[in-house]
Design a protein around this ligand. Structure first.
Ligand SMILES: [Zn+2]
Length: 97
């Protein structure tokens, strides 16, 4: 069992790269996770790209970059969904015993 699943999202670390962040960037409102400034900008660029498939803002924002962010966000949503299931709650209780 990965202990990383037991640990909640740390508001003092960037959810994407793990860098310690002084100001929790989740307060930015439009981001679902705490991001460091550069990851927040990448996340926002991903969201803009989602709205406008033709809008490539940086040379590295290629198809693979887009799919990488898409897969990472889906992974994060899957982790959250798993953490809400009864078996996860049971597992956490057993780990405490
Ligand atoms: Zn980051």
């Amino acid at each position: 069992m990965a202990d990383s699943l037991a640990c909640g999202f740390c508001p003092r670390r960037c959810a994407y790269c793990g860098l310690a962040v002084k100001e929790p960037m989740a307060a930015a409102g439009d981001s679902p996770y705490p991001f460091c400034p550069s990851c927040l900008e990448e996340y926002r660029a991903y969201r803009r790209r989602e709205q406008d498939a033709a809008g490539q803002e940086a040379y590295w924002h290629n198809e693979q970059w887009f799919l990488m962010w898409q897969a990472w966000l889906r992974h994060m949503q899957a982790v959250e969904a798993f953490r809400r299931t009864p078996v996860f709650f049971r597992l956490m209780q057993e780990k405490q015993d």
